[in-house]
Design a protein around this ligand. Structure first.
Ligand code: BTN
Length: 244
């Protein structure tokens, strides 16, 4: 570890290089060695991973971190945390950047700038005992030839944003939004998310594990599912898929 520090209610352990902030968090929390509101951040990762077991290329220069949440309510719906995190991250970038940036949210948990992916979120939970929110933000580099085109902040002319600054700003916004969720439920966050939803009311392709669908992205329901109006007028509720 290079340093241990605090920001608001969070304890942050910073590392130079580890295999994956998510994996280390999972290991430590499974052994009960870690508390709520713990953050692990690394300058680079040698085994970073994304959704569907994909590699998350983790060269130095970008932000890679995981945050541990122990929800009081065991009925807590893990997927909602990705919408809370997405909105918190976008508010952070908007607060830190003086110019207009065109941010949108790609269901369920990607952050886009000018329709290209700039950040991804990976949630992992264990029997709702704890939830790990893993976030990667492309600041100076991004992988090439990805299924959905990627970008980084510098390429989008957002220069000189330090990883640590984005992290602390994220933690401020996350704390507020999570509190808001606990007080008022998902509806306010859902509304914020829908305002910037990528391809809302437009035609999308939905790749399910065993089936490909096309249709109109009509809505997000109150548990974070995507509501799709298929070409044959049938309305489907999608809980897990990739969209294009
Ligand atoms: C995705 O879009 O597929 C999710 C990417 C999540 C990447 C982050 S980087 C920090 C944390 N550690 C990991 O190994 N993955 C997440």
């Amino acid at each position: 570890m290079i340093k241990k520090w605090h920001h608001n209610n969070f304890t942050i352990d910073s590392y130079q290089e580890i295999p994956s902030t998510n994996d280390l968090m999972f290991e430590l929390s499974s052994n009960n060695q870690i508390n709520d509101n713990q953050v692990i951040v690394a300058k680079s990762q040698t085994n970073g991973h994304g959704r569907y077991g994909r590699e998350w290329v983790s060269k130095e220069g970008n932000l890679y971190f995981s945050l541990l949440i122990k929800p009081e309510n065991k009925q807590f719906l893990t997927p909602l945390l990705s919408f809370i995190s997405c909105v918190a991250l976008s508010k952070s970038l908007e607060n830190l950047v003086s110019s207009e940036i065109k941010i949108s949210y790609k269901w369920p948990n990607d952050l886009l700038i000018n329709n290209k992916k700039v950040a991804g979120i990976l949630l992992k939970n264990k029997d709702n005992d704890f939830i790990i929110i893993g976030i990667g933000v492309n600041i100076t580099s991004n992988p090439q030839n990805t299924e959905f085109e990627a970008t980084n902040l510098e390429e989008q002319n957002i220069k000189n944003l330090k990883a640590e600054k984005i992290l602390t700003e994220f933690l401020n916004n996350f704390e507020n939004l999570y509190q808001n969720y606990q007080n008022f439920g998902f509806a306010p966050i859902r509304n914020l998310w829908l305002k910037k939803a990528f391809k809302l009311n437009e035609e999308i392709k939905v790749n399910l594990a065993d089936q490909k669908l096309t249709g109109l992205f009509k809505n997000l329901d109150n548990t974070g599912n995507l509501i799709l109006k298929c070409d044959n007028e049938e309305v489907k509720t999608i809980s897990s898929a990739q969209i294009f």
